[in-house]
Write a protein that binds this ligand. Structure first.
Ligand SMILES: [Fe+2]
Length: 361
């Protein structure tokens, strides 16, 4: 199936099959509990199946993001997809350009994404008209200003994990750009939560390990109702889960901060003021993390994959209002978050760069 139109209307979307549907009466079932089979465990650490055709591979920033040229996601073998999971876990996100993946149609796209886990069904974001409910459509255009409206009185810079309130939140996630605004704008900023955690002082890190936090979709659902009234899309009830504040990646074993300003509500067992104080510090720490994030600029056909267990991301709504930005997301669910526990005398203090040199540890 080729979803791209042969002769687009002068002003219409290039991919009309991916036009968003907002149905206020639609309902979807949650995926429910499942046994997660982590593809990264099966991967060859040298990644020969992923990188054999690569013409250029380079890091976008030291701590987050690698761009890969010459590799078609749509042509990867099962082994290549396993290796993609491992490299994505190691680097946080991977960027592929000019991908056939955007043109292979709904079912083939779903099949590739499903390699990484059962696909999430979103509670309020649109899916394609006549297309599967597992697709999330991002469509910002002069003929659809819902996204602009939802951010009208709030900073659009909001680092988050997509759907962290799920009992088994997403792992590797696909974001595919169909049309991007002319010129610059509409980048995604992706920030590495492993590095965000490492940047904290050793004793502070130990205080965070073992804590748990409540994640809920209540606030975004309330915003959907506020912005769209009777036309609000409410496919699922509020989702709520309790997750560790610091998690461990199932393959790399890297520890990562797992609280985000979109969905994390409070620290379990702490008074409201204490909880707000800590979460505000952590959200500010993530927002300031210019030295552990990367910024991805899009072109039509760019596909970005990120591992939500070690990253958070934010949109940038910096392009001209009315310019069209059209993308889709497929969001495989993964493991129950693994809590990071305090290790006895793990030598972290001695290893801490900078502090050791300054004898401040
Ligand atoms: Fe997101």
């Amino acid at each position: 199936m080729i979803a791209k139109t042969e002769s687009p209307e002068a002003d219409g979307p290039l991919y009309p099959a991916y036009f968003p549907l907002y149905d206020p009466l639609e309902k979807v079932e949650e995926v429910g509990r499942f046994e997660h089979d982590e593809p990264g465990h099966r991967a060859d650490p040298a990644k020969p199946h992923l990188l054999k055709g690569a013409t250029n591979v380079f890091d976008i920033s030291p701590h987050c993001g690698t761009e890969i040229h010459g590799v078609e996601i749509a042509e990867l073998s099962q082994e290549g997809l396993d290796e993609m999971a491992l490299l994505c876990a190691e680097r946080g996100c991977l960027v592929f350009r000019n991908q056939k993946f955007v043109d292979i149609g709904f079912e083939a796209q779903k099949k590739i994404a499903s390699h990484f886990g059962p696909l999430h069904k979103h509670g309020w974001m649109p899916h394609p008209q006549g297309g599967p409910v597992e697709f999330v459509i991002v469509y910002d255009s002069k003929d659809d200003l819902r996204i602009r409206k939802s951010w009208a009185r709030k900073s659009p810079i909001q680092f988050h994990v997509d759907q962290s309130p799920e009992a088994q939140p997403p792992g590797l996630t696909f974001f595919a750009m169909l049309e991007s605004p002319p010129g610059a704008g509409g980048d995604t900023i992706i920030s590495h939560m492993g590095r965000a955690f490492e940047r904290l002082s050793p004793s502070f890190r130990k205080r965070l390990e073992g804590l748990r936090a409540i994640h809920t979709t209540a606030n975004p659902i309330m915003r959907e109702i506020r912005d769209n009234g009777n036309l609000a899309v409410l496919r699922r009830p509020i989702t709520k889960s309790t997750h560790p504040v610091v998690t461990v990646h199932p393959v790399t074993k890297q520890k990562a901060l797992f609280v985000n300003s979109s969905y994390t509500q409070s620290i379990v067992g702490w008074d409201e003021e204490e909880s707000e104080y800590l979460l505000k510090f952590l959200f500010d720490h993530i927002n300031r993390g210019q030295d552990f994030c990367c910024r991805v600029r899009y072109e039509p056909g760019t596909v970005v994959v990120w591992d939500q267990r070690v990253t958070q991301h934010s949109q940038t709504l910096d392009y001209a209002p009315g310019a069209r930005r059209h993308a889709f997301r497929l969001t495989p669910l993964a493991n129950v978050p693994i809590p990071s526990m305090v290790e006895e005398d793990d030598g972290e203090c001695a290893k801490d760069e900078g502090r050791m040199m300054l004898n401040l540890c």
